[in-house]
Write a protein that binds this ligand. Structure first.
Ligand code: THU
Length: 299
């Protein structure tokens, strides 16, 4: 089973978006249970272009966030056999079945991402999942149809790692991360789970060192893993330990402040938990918010 998107950009490409959208396609098609290799074309464009397409093909003269044009009229889930038969008719010379076309408006996605407080990547991922389910026959005309489509979208976004994560889930992930702690000197196991704005969670544990000084805390392990995989914005970190509440050390507060000056910080030990914000923990901090990127670069 495989799914591929042919993505073209009329607007400057969004870094990191292509890989994430390919992942979305794979999980959507898998969630639907289609076992044929399929592909869809995605064009990322501007408001004026999507408005023209909307006018031309749907007689609706306004810009919108996403449009989808199925290659064939399939019915979701219940009649998979029939669906695959129809898709087989859309097979090209390479053996892939064409699902249809998707048009996305980048300016609209950007506005909606700001409105919902998540990243542009996550919004593009959501819109692409929505459009892909349309291509696979889903719709939202009735409440029942809408609920069914939303459930599939949520499932796909979760599987792609950009679903919504609750505080409880994040704490559970921090507790899981501490089981990998390398702490033969202190025997103080710590785990962290850092949620990025695009919905990905990065886990880390403390990694001690015989020199003591080269020890890395769980929070920084999670942060450095995240930044080295392209995440730059974060909303919340959960930190768990077994012996006492693991409020982050000064170095970790400073490291987190570089990327997430408004971060929510949740600490947990057993059933006990507490929460603060990074500005509470690092008042009068020194970092990009205070202009370090501007005034240091200008010298
Ligand atoms: N440690 C963390 O990983 N995070 C914290 O918030 C506090 C301390 C680690 C560092 C060291 O491996 C051990 O806990 C004992 O200080």
């Amino acid at each position: 089973m495989s799914a591929r998107l042919e993505i073209s950009w009329d607007v400057p490409a969004v870094p990191g978006a292509e890989d994430m959208l390919q992942k979305i396609a794979a999980v959507c098609v898998e969630a639907e249970g289609i076992s044929l290799p399929v592909y869809a074309q995605v064009r990322v464009t501007g408001d004026e272009e999507i408005r023209q397409i909307n006018r031309e093909y749907r007689a609706t003269d306004r810009a919108t966030d996403v449009l989808s044009f199925p290659s064939t009229n399939v019915t979701p889930r219940r009649t998979l056999g029939q669906c695959e038969k129809k898709l087989l008719a859309e097979r090209d010379e390479t053996g892939l079945c064409f699902l249809g076309d998707i048009i996305l408006s980048l300016p609209r996605a950007r506005e909606q991402a700001a409105e919902y407080g998540h990243s542009l990547q996550r919004e593009l991922g959501y819109l692409t999942a929505h459009a892909l389910f349309h291509l696979m026959g889903y719709d939202h005309m009735t409440d029942q149809d809408k609920e069914r489509m939303r459930a599939m979208e949520e499932k796909a976004l979760n599987r792609a790692g950009i679903g919504r994560v609750t505080d409880d889930e994040l704490i559970a992930m921090a507790k899981d991360a501490l089981t990998y702690s390398y702490s033969p000197y202190s025997h103080f196991r710590v785990g962290a789970a850092l949620l990025s704005k695009d919905g990905r969670v990065f886990k880390g544990c403390n990694i001690e060192n015989g020199s003591y000084g080269a020890t890395n805390c769980a929070e920084r392990t999670a942060l450095f893993k995240a930044v080295s995989e392209g995440a730059r914005e974060f909303t919340v970190i959960a930190i768990a330990a077994e012996k006492s509440m693991p409020w982050p050390c000064g170095i970790c507060r400073q490291a987190l402040n570089e990327f997430a000056p408004d971060l929510r910080v949740i600490v947990a030990c057993g059933d006990e938990r507490a929460e603060a914000t990074l500005p509470d923990l690092l008042p009068h901090g020194f970092g990009p918010k205070q202009g370090t990127l501007d005034f240091l670069a200008k010298e």
